[in-house]
Design a protein around this ligand. Structure first.
Ligand SMILES: [Mg+2]
Length: 188
């Protein structure tokens, strides 16, 4: 395997941020809301919640919630990232602003998740122009952009209900675990 430059997403890949907000959203809408309701990217709009509420919920999440309110998706995430970091340049590239850097760093450290650089890409800024060989992300819109214009890049799409409509293509491969990413890269 040749050394790859990997852009690893945080929200929806390493960190189960939607699970963290369910309690507050349930209070807001007056009924229990579960992960089964998170079936589209802008799922909050189905509950009549505004774009502003979406922005506050997701963009500011790391500054509003304590880091230990957010669980990793995978118990072995630290081991998987360690394996990826041994053979590759693995940057964590998150769609959050610089103001969230400290909280994200604290969370990564508390779960012993290794990485090379932490890039705060900025909220609502598309990652489609990133010059990485491999992107690991959960965003359906990013997957569509990479599929249409891969430029030699490969996107591993972290399986979520809200990205199930994205078909696999030469540039987009669905994974359910970072262990799948390790396996696929070892076969390249
Ligand atoms: Mg994400």
């Amino acid at each position: 395997m040749t050394k790859q430059r990997i852009a690893m997403d945080v929200d929806g890949v390493l960190a189960n941020v939607s699970a963290a907000v369910l309690g507050r959203v349930s209070l807001e809408v007056g009924r229990p809301v579960t992960l089964a309701d998170v079936t589209s990217w802008n799922w909050l709009s189905r509950f009549g919640l505004s774009d502003d509420y979406f922005a506050r919920t997701y963009c500011d999440l790391w500054e509003v919630y304590p880091p230990d309110a957010v669980e990793p998706y995978e118990r072995r995430v630290g081991e998987y990232m360690d394996a990826l970091c041994k053979d590759n340049q693995v940057d964590i590239v998150t769609g959050h602003n610089e103001s969230s850097r400290h909280a994200v760093e604290t969370w990564l450290k508390s779960h012993r998740i290794p990485y090379h650089d932490l890039i705060m890409h900025g909220c609502f800024v598309s990652k489609a122009g990133l010059a990485y060989d491999v992107i690991v992300d959960d965003s359906p819109s990013l997957a569509k952009k990479i599929a249409a214009d891969p430029r030699g890049r490969l996107l591993f799409l972290f399986d979520q209900l809200y990205n199930r409509d994205i078909p696999s293509s030469p540039a987009v491969m669905r994974v359910v675990s970072l262990n799948d990413v390790i396996q696929h890269l070892s076969e390249m």
